[in-house]
Design a binder for this molecule. Structure first.
Ligand SMILES: *[C@@H]1O[C@H](CO)[C@@H](O)[C@H](O)[C@H]1NC(C)=O
Ligand SMILES: *[C@@H]1O[C@H](CO)[C@@H](O)[C@H](O)[C@H]1NC(C)=O
Length: 336
């Protein structure tokens, strides 16, 4: 009986040991298996989000992040790393169907008091009408430099690449391999330029019905929610500025310049310039540079930023894939 008990006790001890060892082993693994699986994806490595799982969804293969807007919440994600100068691209597909009132974004921002910011903002539209793509540049807290274009494709149909190329001399907004806007450093003309604050990279989907669609005339219709914006293949190459290092001088070096050299407008090919010019001539719907109601004095940087023009007729061979779609009148948003 006693022997039996002892054997049992020993067995029990043994088991306890095995179990506790198992717990030790398991506890090394548990944090990971208990970890939000979103953390293990490309998105998890690069971004954080305060949105819940219903509003920030990572697809099963871990490659696509979806932001969801419904009556209960909007959503977004932000890069864990900050950068001073860099190239940031993401593939994005916006909500199909009625998207009036919604704003889907990809942008960089310093989030400071006098913040710098470089924006892509998709302004939703009534069902069947094309999205408007707005870009904006903030420097030292001053924005109001909106441009709006129509796209030469339907951005709800497939993923396309949206890129912000940013160095000391210039910011270039790319859609696929087409530059749609340049913004040069005009500090010599007294115009602030984003070059002394690190920026994080963001994406968001939110309710902008007060202004987004036909100047706010068309409101968001929640019957058509949830609205979804999908993102994949984020790439960043730039001078990293960790949060604990406020010092951004480390990015003001010839190494950083060399890394981002390809970004300068000097490196834009004839093809790039031809496409930029075509987009400007055919798809630009609103340009703060031409809004003399809002800015009777104009802006000193404008002539330089529209100064990339080819002499003579645009070479057709460079314009493949560019076409006018949709029925939005030119100048529709002439005052925003
Ligand atoms: C970068 O360095 C140059 C020369 O060393 C200096 O003139 C310039 O002000 C610096 N720019 C910033 C944003 O710190
Ligand atoms: C919202 O959408 C529903 C369903 O398509 C439609 O019946 C309703 O009239 C819309 N509401 C407004 C205010 O347009």
């Amino acid at each position: 009986m006693m022997a039996n008990m002892a054997a049992k006790t020993q067995a029990l001890l043994c088991m306890t040991l095995v179990v506790s060892m198992a717990i030790v082993v398991a506890s090394a693994i548990v944090p990971e298996s208990n970890q939000d699986p979103r953390e293990l994806t490309t998105f998890g490595r690069n971004f954080w989000s305060t949105a819940d799982k219903q509003h920030y969804r990572i697809t099963q293969d871990g490659e696509v992040a979806e932001l969801v807007l419904d009556p209960s919440a909007a959503a977004g994600f932000a890069s864990k790393m900050r950068y001073l100068f860099g190239r940031f691209t993401i593939e994005m597909k916006v909500h199909r169907g009625d998207s009036a009132g919604t704003v889907s974004t990809f942008y960089t921002s310093s989030l400071s008091g006098k913040h710098d910011e470089l924006d892509f903002e998709f302004l939703g539209n009534e069902n069947g009408k094309p999205y408007v793509l707005q870009t904006n540049v903030y420097a030292s807290g001053v924005g109001d430099r909106e441009q709006r274009i129509r796209l030469w494709f339907d951005p709800t149909e497939d993923f396309h690449t949206y890129g912000i190329h940013w160095n000391k001399e210039i910011v270039i907004f790319f859609v696929d391999d087409t530059p749609i806007r340049i913004y040069k450093n005009c500090e010599d003309l007294g115009v602030p330029y984003p070059n002394h604050q690190a920026q994080s990279v963001f994406a968001s989907l939110w309710n902008g019905e007060e202004w987004a669609t036909q100047n706010g005339a068309i409101k968001l219709n929640w019957t058509h929610s949830p609205f979804i914006a999908a993102y994949r293949n984020f790439e960043a190459e730039g001078c990293e500025v960790p949060w604990y290092k406020g010092n951004v001088e480390r990015c003001n070096t010839s190494e950083t310049d060399a890394m981002l050299e390809r970004t300068t407008f000097h490196q834009l090919t004839t093809r790039h310039v031809a496409r930029l010019q075509w987009v400007t001539e055919n798809l630009l719907m609103y340009d703060y540079c031409k809004d003399y109601n809002r800015y009777p004095q104009g802006h000193p940087e404008c002539s330089r930023n529209s100064g990339l023009q080819l002499i003579g007729p645009l070479p057709l061979k460079h314009l493949d894939g560019l076409k006018i779609i949709g029925h939005v009148k030119k100048g529709y948003y002439s005052d925003i």
